[in-house]
Design a protein around this ligand. Structure first.
Ligand SMILES: Cc1cc2nc3c(=O)[nH]c(=O)nc-3n(C[C@H](O)[C@H](O)[C@H](O)COP(=O)(O)O)c2cc1C
Length: 362
């Protein structure tokens, strides 16, 4: 990416990697993986943490009691073997239900509760959850207060994830963030887009800078961070305490060590060895099957395999084959074979095209 002279100057003025706290939890540093439903399940979160993310929040789980025992919710609530702090994101529209969901998850091991006010999905928004809550500040704050009060006896910190507002002329994240801080929320994450934008256009960071300036609790900047340089730039432009990376980590979980290395040393790491990527992906797939079972796992793994191989030589034909395979052992064998072939071309991963996952998301 290219920077203006001002951006370049800002970029090299600060060191931005530092320890931070959420309530009583001290994190090793301030580079986080974003919650992504259908992506950041337990296997992927563990991989991101292994490769340098200091913190991960679960995919959102519903506040609807009737769904708590469903297979989907119990998979989302699976944290077996994951290093702490265990952070669970809850989504819903009713203050009492959200408070009960907080307690339910705390009693099952959540050490931090995150409230979802950022998701633009219709499924969530039509029921006035996710980012739709930002339209109704009074309801949003009832929910926040109820969750904070419910978590307090357990000494579990509550955090909040928002967008900048519902649409461009209704950017109310600063107001909501200040109210949330007064209600006892201990960290706020802001994705620099409005709900109306979905994932289109660009994230803007001025509003995140305003949130940071208005609060004393930690503020996390999120949106369109897809390189170590961009992470540093966003930290500098917003003054935020941490950055959170979502789509750019899909198929590239080593982005966290690339970012932390750059923030620490100001230099870029070489791309990963093909042999390492092969090992990581095979490990990821095994862990994926163990969570989803073989039948679903072999199918739901395809998207991850597609992300890992995006832009690599022969990837199109490889992915076509991949979509016809419905046996885990065969999937593992074909993946291993593809990466063995790649290793003959080059030791290190060398995408042919620089296709950013940010351009390909919905
Ligand atoms: C597939 C997908 C699923 C997502 N699911 C959630 C979610 O469950 N909870 C949430 O707060 N945000 C969710 N998000 C939003 C991300 O956490 C993040 O705010 C957004 O992708 C912007 O960051 P990025 O540009 O680094 O991807 C999701 C995003 C994607 C692409």
């Amino acid at each position: 990416m290219r920077f203006t002279p001002l951006e370049s100057c800002l970029l090299f003025k600060h060191t931005s990697l530092f320890n931070m706290r959420i309530g009583s939890f001290e994190l090793a540093h301030n580079v986080f993986v974003a919650p992504m439903a259908g992506v950041t399940d337990r296997p992927f979160r563990m991989l991101c943490k292994q490769l340098g993310a200091s913190y991960a929040v679960s995919e959102m789980v519903t506040s609807r009691k009737d769904l708590w025992d469903s297979l989907k919710t119990s998979r989302r609530a699976n944290h077996d073997g994951e290093s702490g702090p265990i952070a669970v994101q809850i989504a819903g529209t009713d203050a009492d239900m959200m408070a009960q969901a907080a307690v339910h998850n705390i009693e099952r091991g959540a050490q931090i509760i995150d409230i979802n006010m950022g998701c633009p999905a219709k499924k969530v928004c039509n029921k006035w959850a996710g980012s739709a809550l930002m339209q109704d500040e009074s309801l949003a704050m009832q929910i926040v207060q109820a969750v904070v009060d419910a978590a307090m006896p357990y000494e579990v910190p509550v955090t909040l994830k928002m967008r900048t507002g519902w649409r461009a002329d209704q950017r109310n994240v600063v107001s909501l963030a200040k109210q949330a801080e007064s209600a006892g929320v201990q960290m706020v994450t802001v994705h620099g887009r409005t709900r109306e934008q979905g994932y289109s256009g660009f994230a803007e960071y001025d509003t995140i800078a305003q949130v940071k300036a208005a609060l004393t609790i930690p503020v996390v900047a999120n949106g369109d961070i897809d390189s170590p340089q961009k992470a540093k730039l966003v930290l500098t432009l917003t003054g935020a305490d941490a950055v959170m990376i979502g789509r750019a980590a899909q198929g590239r979980p080593w982005i966290f060590r690339e970012i932390t290395h750059y923030l620490n040393h100001g230099s870029s790491l070489a791309p990963p060895l093909v042999a390492e990527v092969k090992r990581l992906l095979l490990q990821h797939l095994q862990d994926h099957y163990s969570l989803y079972g073989k039948h679903l796992g072999v199918r739901s793994a395809r998207k991850h395999i597609a992300w890992y191989t995006q832009g690599l030589p022969g990837a199109l034909a490889f992915r076509k084959t991949m979509n016809t395979i419905d046996d885990c052992d065969q999937q593992l064998r074909v993946v291993a074979h593809y990466f063995d072939g790649l290793a003959q071309l080059s030791d290190r991963l060398q995408p042919l095209e620089n296709t950013s996952v940010l351009e390909t998301s919905t």
